[in-house]
Ligand binder design. Structure first.
Ligand code: NAP
Length: 253
C-alpha cells in the first residue's frame, strides 16, 4: 500500500467529542485534513470547527451532548449516524479538570470529573463499538494525559480518571482487537488550551512547567495532529492498547 494511503481517511466518518475548542478542535480538523467527515458532540456548538472542516471539503454535523450527565449515550450515537450512516473513528476528547486540595474536594467535583472523563467515555465507546463490530472495523482514540502516568498536584479526581482511562484503553483493546477495532490513547503533555489557562496565569507554576519540558515550549493543539491521524488510520492497524505520549519529552526526564 502506498505510504499516503496508510494515513488517508477518505470515506471515513469520525465522531469527536469536545471538538468546539482546544485539542478536540485540532484533532477534528486534522482528521478532516486527512479526508474524514466529522461529527462533533458536545455541549457548546462547534461553529468555528464546522467552518474549518467544511473549508477542507468535508461534511460536518454537530450533536448536542453533556458528558457530565449520566443519561444513556445511545441517542448521541444515533444522531451522529445521521451524517453518513456509519462511524469509523471515535475520539473521546471531552474532558474536565477541577483543582482543589484533596482535603477539600467535594462529591460534586469528584463526580463531575469522573463522569465526564471516564464514565461517558466507557458508555460512548460501548455504544459506538457495538456499531463498529457489525462492520468489523473501527478506531477508538481516547485523550488521556500525563496524569495517566503521574499523580499531578491538587487534581486527584483528574489523575484518577486519566489513570483509569489508560487502563480502560488496555481493557477495551484486549476485548475488541479481534473485532477489528483498535483502541488506543493519546497522552498530551502541557498544551496551550482552556484546560491549562490557570497554570499559565500562575507565573511560578508556568515557569516550573516550562523549565521541565525538554522541547522548551508548551504544546500547541496542532502538535497532536500527526499522532491523532496515525491512531485513526490504517497506519496503526496492528497497534492496540497503547497510551502514546505527545509531550515534548516531559515523561522522558
Ligand atoms: P478545553 O479547551 O477545556 O476543552 C475541553 C473540551 O471538553 C471542550 O470542548 C469542553 O466543552 C468539553 N467538555 C467538558 N465538559 C463537558 C461536558 N460535561 N459535556 C460535553 N463536553 C464537555 O481543554 P483541552 O485541553 O482541549 O482538553 C481536551 C482533552 O485533552 C481533555 O480530555 C483534557 O483532559 C485533555 N488533556 C489536555 C491537556 C492540556 O494540556 N491542555 C493535557 C492532557 C490532556 P465546553 O467548551 O463546552 O466546556
Amino acid at each position: 500500500m502506498p505510504m499516503s494511503e496508510l494515513f488517508n481517511l477518505s470515506g471515513r466518518t469520525a465522531l469527536v467529542t469536545g471538538a468546539n475548542t482546544g485539542l478536540g478542535q485540532a484533532i477534528a480538523i486534522a482528521l478532516a485534513g486527512a479526508g474524514a467527515d466529522v461529527v462533533a458532540a458536545g455541549r457548546t456548538p462547534a461553529d468555528d470547527t464546522a467552518r474549518q472542516v467544511e473549508a477542507l471539503g468535508r461534511r460536518f454535523l454537530f450533536v448536542r451532548a453533556d458528558f457530565a450527565a449520566t443519561e444513556p449515550v445511545q441517542p448521541v450515537v444515533d444522531a451522529a449516524l445521521g451524517l453518513n450512516g456509519q462511524l469509523d473513528i471515535l475520539v473521546n476528547n471531552a474532558g474536565t479538570i477541577r483543582r482543589a486540595d484533596s482535603l477539600d474536594v467535594t462529591e460534586e467535583n469528584w463526580d463531575t470529573v469522573m463522569n465526564t472523563n471516564l464514565r461517558s467515555v466507557f458508555f460512548l465507546s460501548q455504544a459506538v463499538a457495538r456499531h463498529m463490530a457489525t462492520r468489523h472495523g473501527g478506531k477508538i482514540v481516547n485523550v488521556a494525559s500525563l496524569l495517566s502516568f503521574q499523580g499531578g498536584i491538587r487534581v486527584p479526581a483528574y489523575a484518577a480518571s486519566k489513570s483509569a482511562l489508560a487502563g480502560l484503553t488496555r481493557a477495551l483493546a484486549n476485548e475488541w482487537a479481534a473485532k477489528g477495532i483498535n483502541v488506543n490513547a493519546l497522552a498530551p503533555g502541557y498544551f496551550d488550551t482552556n484546560n491549562t489557562a490557570a497554570l499559565r496565569q500562575d507565573a511560578e507554576r508556568s515557569a516550573a512547567i516550562l523549565g521541565r519540558i525538554p522541547a522548551g515550549r508548551w504544546g500547541q493543539p496542532d502538535d497532536l495532529a500527526g499522532a491523532a491521524v496515525f491512531l485513526a488510520s490504517r497506519a496503526s492497524d496492528y497497534v492496540h492498547g497503547i497510551t502514546l505520549p505527545v509531550d515534548g519529552g516531559w515523561l522522558a526526564r
